[in-house]
Design a protein around this ligand. Structure first.
Ligand code: T1G
Length: 707
């Protein structure tokens, strides 16, 4: 048994040194994720010095307290002057250590945290650990030796895959590829580290530093980098850091370690200066910030959700049921017709089996999840549900009828949620005797894939119900964003304005493919019309028909999209919509029949088509979104700019390297946007171009509108 620890505490420091027998143990304790901030960097240097000075310490062991090994540099320090020692300096000290240093890894060893482990002489990981270099997701590259050491352990090809994807590997895979030297299970990281140290001391040899190893990089084919560059040029032409990553790993293979490290530093600093880094880090924190709802006290009591009901076995209802089953929550799936239930459960099974074919689920897991979803025709099976999500036809009459039935059927305290994408949640709540238990849970299609969940707070929704559903969002892997009640809430209300401008631009002379090209060049994964084809033209067509029937003054007259829908051209689901699609393909192909429908529509409207510039398309589609977002903030429908950013990042594919709609607007220039909005209001008119007072005020004051 090791002798009693002799603690040489390093005062007010998140890093402690204590010897256990012949091993000097360095422990990092900096909750919540042991981020390698200045205090940790200084502490690591001091603890290393203590260990090197400790004559009785023959080997050093680096472990972390809490739930994880170091999860990376402290992102909150980015953009600020970096106080010494820098992480590369810390890593260099470890590399040069005259005593062997072992890293014992648990939890998520990511980014700079893994780079610290890579500079150690040996690494042992728990089987459950995850090890990765996700810097690319922040617009960066590993800047503390990761691009130089990882190839020396796993080879350049595997290193490129890991660093370009940013995805972690598990403990066992890490052992297989050579990233770690041992894997332990069911022990503490300290115990795993001490076992490795015992083996090392018994062996008696000093391991070679990773920086000196060449066996895994010798003979790397230069064509690897040429191929990677060609792939990136095709797949991610707009992203800055991936191309620099290829340069850095290539340097690891072609230059001596010191020169390669210098090259990495140059490339890292270039990425750090890139606006894409600022955007991606804003997006990273936005996803976490929105979970904290202003005005909702931390610690608000929540209700336990053990069983969920879903009303409607259609595309949305099936996807929603999968969200809960994926989180291990039993689901009762209700529909009014057995045929609809059978169709819905068959679609769910098809989705799971497709995931299993990609290796992301086992056959057993498919059956486990299917078993969690119980189809039924009877509302009575919802009597003990803790939450029911209604995903029925988008009709106020249908929804109010369902909620009256739910109010009669469900137990007191059950939460009743509607998945409506546009209708008034308060009007739905008023159909029940429990409006305090009613809110909107607006999922985005496909519900089992899209991460965004708009949590629509009704006028009488209680804090407890809101807090419960916000916590449930995280539990089912969604980015929950609290929003208020209005037509389209936040995401679709902004999308509606972009859609209106896209339609107007086409009526005036642009083509659908021109509008879509401008939007995809901006960074959206799909243009407005290819997205319409994916979601289904019939969805919008039916909503517009509903608004026209209801005599809504804002309802639009039938347009060329309605003509396509009336011809049965619903989009991808019918292999023809705004574009045509070859069987089995999702590639949009312009269709002369659609061009003819658009020309006919222009003639009917008395519009002589004109050439529309890409710049006008870009301004009108994006600035109308910013203007609408500013109105949403004015009205309090979204509490903060970051909520709107997160909604468009996670619900509509706003390019994350631009940070978010309002984060981008500040960098585009509010003055320019405000002036254009006023010009379009003068030249085009319409409520969408009525300038937001908040936008004008911030522009006039030279103040940002994002956060
Ligand atoms: N720095 C600062 N804070 C961080 C952080 C980090 N690296 N990672 C997480 N947090 C905060 C987070 O904001 C939240 O704070 C709390 O910790 C819990 O996080 C030189 C330059 C580790 C997998 O990219 O992926 O190293 O909201 O809610 O879901 O090459 O956090 O509670 O106040 O996400 O359990 C590389 C990013 C940095 C890892 C845990 N590292 N973090 O997930 O908890 S760049 C990363 C994550 C770098 C070097 C380069 C996840 C997690 P709050 P959480 P989680």
């Amino acid at each position: 048994m090791p002798s009693p620890a002799q603690t040489e505490a390093i005062p007010s420091n998140p890093v402690q040194y204590a010897r256990q027998g012949r091993v000097g143990v360095i422990t990092v304790d900096y909750p919540p994720v042991n981020a390698v901030g200045h205090g940790v960097r200084s502490g690591l240097v001091a603890a290393l010095e203590a260990g090197l000075a400790d004559a009785e310490a023959e080997a050093l062991l680096l472990v972390c307290a809490g739930r994880t090994f170091m999860a990376g540099a402290d992102i909150r320090e980015f953009g600020k002057p970096s106080a010494p020692p820098t992480l590369p300096e810390v890593v260099a000290r470890l590399d040069a250590s005259t005593k062997p240093v072992i890293a014992a890894i648990h939890g998520t060893a990511l980014g700079g945290g893994l780079e610290v482990a890579l500079a150690c002489h040996l690494r042992v990981a728990l089987k459950s650990a995850k090890l990765g270099l996700p810097e690319v997701k922040l617009g960066l590259l590993p800047g503390a030796g990761g691009t130089q050491r990882l190839p020396r352990l796993v080879g350049a090809a595997k290193a490129l895959d890991m660093i370009l994807s940013g995805d972690p590997v598990g403990g066992e895979e890490a052992l297989t590829i050579g990233l770690v030297d041992a894997v332990e299970d069911d022990v503490s990281p300290l115990e795993a580290g001490l076992r490795t140290a015992d083996r090392l001391l018994a062996d008696g040899r000093m391991p070679e530093p990773v920086s000196a190893r060449t066996d895994r990089i010798a003979g790397t084919d230069p064509a690897l980098f040429t191929a990677k560059r060609a792939e990136l040029a095709k797949r991610q032409p707009q992203l800055f850091s991936p191309h620099r990553i290829v340069d850095a790993v290539e340097a690891a293979v072609t230059l001596p370690f010191a020169e390669g490290t210098a090259r990495e530093r140059e490339l890292f600093l270039a990425c750090m200066d890139s606006p894409q880094r600022a955007g991606l880090i804003h997006a990273f924190f936005a996803e976490r910030e929105v979970a904290k709802v202003p005005g909702l006290p931390a610690g608000t009591p929540t209700r336990e959700i053990r069983k969920v009901g879903v009303i409607g076995a259609g595309t949305m209802g099936g996807g929603i049921a999968m969200c809960f089953a994926n989180a291990g929550i039993p689901v009762v799936l209700v529909d009014s017709a057995q045929e609809a239930l059978d169709r819905g459960t068959a679609a769910i099974r098809r989705n799971y089996e497709a995931t299993a074919r990609k290796g992301r689920l086992t056959a057993a897991q498919v059956e486990e999840r299917m078993a969690l979803i119980r189809p039924t025709l009877s509302y009575g099976d919802l009597a003990d549900a803790d939450l029911v999500v209604e995903a029925a036809f988008e009709s106020m009459e249908v929804k109010r009828t369902i909620f009256r039935t739910l109010d009669d059927t469900c137990k007191p305290g059950a939460i009743l949620a509607t998945n409506t994408s546009t209708l008034d949640v308060d009007a739905i709540a008023a159909a029940t005797g429990r409006p305090q238990d009613v809110l909107g849970m607006h999922f985005f299609s496909p519900a089992n894939v899209m991460r965004l969940l708009e949590v629509v707070r009704g006028a009488r929704t209680s804090d407890t119900v809101l807090a419960t559903v916000m916590g449930l969002a995280r539990r089912i892997g969604k980015v929950g964003v609290a929003v208020g009640v209005c037509y389209g809430f936040v995401g679709n209300r902004i999308l509606h304005q972009r859609g209106r401008e896209s339609m107007a631009l086409v009526e005036e002379g642009a083509s659908p493919e021109q509008v879509d090209r401008v939007l995809t060049e901006f960074g959206f994964p799909l243009g407005h019309f290819s997205m319409t084809d994916l979601a289904g033209i019939d969805v919008g067509w039916r909503i517009r028909e509903e608004r026209r029937k209801a005599g809504d003054p804002e309802a639009q007259a039938p347009n060329w999209l309605d003509v396509l829908a009336e011809r049965g051209r619903y989009g991808q689901k019918t292999s023809a919509g705004v574009y045509r699609y070859e069987p089995g393909s999702r590639t949009p192909i312009p269709d002369p029949e659609v061009a003819a429908v658009i020309e006919e529509d222009r003639r009917n409207r008395g519009i002589a088509p004109r050439a529309v510039s890409d710049e006008e398309v870009r301004e009108r589609c994006l600035y109308v979104m910013v203007n609408e977002a500013a109105k949403i903030l004015e009205e309090g429908i979204a509490a903060r700019p970051v909520d709107i950013d997160a909604i468009w990042l996670h619900g509509y594919g706003f390019p994350s390297w631009r940070g978010g709609l309002l984060f981008w607007a500040d960098r585009e220039g509010l003055g320019k946007i405000a002036a254009s909005v006023q010009r379009y209001h003068r030249d085009i008119g319409g409520p969408q171009w009525r300038p937001s007072a908040l936008l004008l005020q911030r522009a006039a004051d030279g103040q940002p509108i994002g956060c």
